[in-house]
Design a protein around this ligand. Structure first.
Ligand code: HEM
Length: 228
């Protein structure tokens, strides 16, 4: 006997998994960097740049807010019942992300973890700002579906921070088995791996949940297997 989980329940479970992990990472990160104590930094600081820690704090705090707000912006019922709250949180999300992305660009420049992870963070910052710009301009034009598509892409990039921390945990555990693994190796692999996974999953959602239903609606012949 097989148990099929209804699509609605599957969506709720996926949403809850994203929300719980995002809120967890956001609260943990914010708590660490709200102390203002550089000795608690979880990444190595550049000894030649006194401002490195400050740029990480200026990045981590608004980025944590972005991570916290995101899941609630995708909750359909909340959007339908409290549209004003969606707009207010949306504005906080936009402003926080601009601060976080600009600080990330500076922090990446000071990073001591090597050119490969620096390039990953530069690309991620630019993609973060670009997807935000597209999502924002589409909603200003009243294009709800396009706004949704670009905000899925945008939040997927934010969620790379959660996946990154998961990979860093796995990497730390692997150091017990492979002692020659350096932190920079683990950090670089985790940065690129988390970005790739989040981009692929976001495109899967965009194609299957947003674009495919629209295409099927427009071309009913295709749904019946009749080539148009
Ligand atoms: C998606 C765009 C993001 C980019 C481009 C980015 C970039 C960066 C960069 C460049 C650093 C410093 C790395 C170094 O100096 O070696 C950093 C660290 C950090 N980022 Fe992000 N980040 C992003 C998203 C987020 C999000 C959404 C959070 C939310 C929690 C976050 C939280 C942190 C924290 C807490 C650190 C300090 C390191 C640690 O304690 O793990 N970042 N990020």
């Amino acid at each position: 006997m097989t148990f099929a989980v209804p699509r609605r329940s599957r969506r709720r479970i996926a949403w809850a998994a994203v929300a719980v992990s995002a809120v967890g990472v956001a609260l943990f990160s914010a708590a660490t960097y709200l102390t203002g104590d550089p000795t608690l930094s979880r990444i190595p600081l550049n000894p030649g740049i006194a401002l490195h820690y400050l740029t990480i704090v200026l990045h981590a705090l608004p980025a944590s807010l972005v991570l916290l707000i995101g899941p609630f912006q995708f909750a359909q019922q909340l959007r339908a019942r409290r549209p004003k709250l969606h707009r207010v949180l949306g504005r906080v999300y936009v402003v926080s992300m601009i601060f976080a992305a600009v600080a990330a660009l500076v922090a990446a420049t000071f990073s001591v973890d090597g050119i490969s992870s620096q390039i990953a963070f530069y690309l991620l910052s630019v993609a973060w700002l670009y997807t935000l710009y597209r999502g924002y301009t589409f909603i200003r034009q009243g294009q709800i579906q396009l706004h949704r598509i670009w905000m899925i892409r945008n939040y997927a990039l934010s969620f790379a921070a959660v996946v990154l921390r998961g990979f860093l945990g796995i990497g730390a555990a692997m150091q017990g088995i492979f002692p020659t693994l350096s932190f920079a190796d683990i950090y670089t692999t985790s940065a690129w791996g988390s970005i790739t996974i989040c981009v692929v999953v976001a495109e899967y959602f965009v194609l299957n949940r947003t674009i495919a239903p629209l295409v099927r609606k427009r071309q009913p012949g295709e749904r019946a297997g009749i080539p148009s």
